[in-house]
Ligand binder design. Structure first.
Ligand code: TYM
Length: 347
């Protein structure tokens, strides 16, 4: 995976550094795993620092039950580790333990323009017709996300497709800050969006993203689902009557079929083209059981390990505290320099 990181390096002044985050709201889905966590694992390397965060301050932009938030925070941390994030190699922590995120977030609230925020499609989707009633935090969320990334001078941000606009906004914020203060202090971070799993779709409606909050549990795979549930959900996934085509182009107007092929590809570390080549002409009676078997083989060990880790919450808390100390070591001097550039007095 380091290839993509090398070819996309944004700026020679900045050492390669990877940052990404996941919200602890609801549970982790297959979309989070394939679009994010699995790729984070592939991006761990002794050659550069990788920083993976449980972004709890983002979660509270919508109401979270306090006890459930703590559990969800530990569960995302457990998901990271169960999938292969090694806390002795990567920095693994939760955002609220490093107060510099909120502090830099405020400075970026004063850099970002209201017009930029108004263009954020995710806010429009989430707020819908209810925009007057959602929290101010939900609106300002992308500038906190910019702070998450830039607080570490991160150069590469692996995310799913739905976060692309937020990473682009991060670049706009960095550029405006650098321009306004006549500096080149913040790097222009690159979104790293690649592979077959950039947008895993709902199993019941291939035009909608798989998300934690969809109304029916059958439309998503949760990382805590057991083998029976995973198999059942794939077997019941919506499809169409046609067999799989000879080429990927044949899936153009078949979103549900395309989604299952992409999931198979991502789980088996192949391209979607290779999966089509293998299953050309196969019907769903053949493909779905093969997909279910593959998914169980790949996901069951992760959910078992997550459950094992969740049995010892104190150990997860220790790991997050240690990761937070390491994160602060990078973040504090960058925030101090930002204060200095902005002209905020600090003793
Ligand atoms: P969140 O918590 O919604 O999702 C976490 C990651 O999972 C990816 N993802 C998906 N990928 C493919 N298919 C899907 N169906 C799918 N669903 C989710 C997301 O793209 C994301 O990469 N704002 C972010 C969290 C964040 C962040 C950051 C990310 C806060 N600060 C700094 C990167 C850098 C979010 O809400 O992700």
């Amino acid at each position: 995976m380091t290839d993509a990181v090398q070819t996309q390096s944004s700026d020679a002044k900045f050492a390669k550094r990877v940052f990404s985050g996941i919200k602890p709201s609801g549970g982790l889905t297959l979309g989070n795993y394939l679009g994010a966590i699995k790729r984070f694992v592939d991006m761990q390397s002794p050659d550069f620092t990788s920083i993976y965060c449980v972004v709890d301050l983002h979660a509270i932009t919508v109401w979270q039950d306090p006890a459930e938030l703590k559990t969800a925070t530990r569960e995302v941390a457990a998901g990271y580790m169960a999938a292969g994030i090694d806390p002795s190699q990567s920095i693994l922590f939760n955002q609220s333990q490093v107060s510099q995120h909120a502090e830099l977030g405020w400075i970026f609230n004063c850099v970002a323009r209201v017009g930029w925020m108004n263009r954020m499609t995710q806010f429009k989707d989430k707020a819908g017709a209810n925009a007057e009633k959602v929290s101010l935090g939900l609106y300002a969320y992308p500038s906190l996300m910019a702070a998450d990334i830039l607080l570490y001078h991160a150069t590469h941000v692996p995310v799913g497709d739905d976060q692309k606009q937020h990473v682009e906004l991060t670049r706009d914020i960095a550029s405006k800050f650098n321009h306004d203060f006549k500096t080149d202090f913040f790097p222009l971070a690159e979104p790293v969006i690649e592979g077959p799993a950039m947008r895993i779709m709902n199993l019941r409606d291939g035009t909608r993203k798989m998300s934690k909050s969809g109304e029916s549990d059958m439309e998503r795979i949760n990382m805590t689902d057991d083998a029976d549930k995973i198999a059942k959900k794939f077997k019941k996934a919506k499809t169409d009557p046609e067999p799989l085509p000879e080429t990927l182009g044949g899936l153009k107007d078949r979103p549900e079929a395309r989604n299952l092929v992409d999931i198979y590809a991502a789980l088996s570390d192949q391209t979607s083209e290779a999966v089509i080549a293998e299953y050309a002409g196969a019907g769903w009676g053949k493909f779905k059981p093969a997909l279910a078997e593959l998914a169980v083989e790949k996901l069951a060990p992760i959910s078992t390990e997550m459950a094992r880790l969740m049995d010892d919450p104190a150990e997860i808390d220790r790991i997050l505290a240690k990761g937070s100390d390491r994160a602060r070591e990078i973040a504090a001097p960058i925030l101090d320099q930002t204060y200095e550039i902005v002209g905020l007095l600090k003793a």
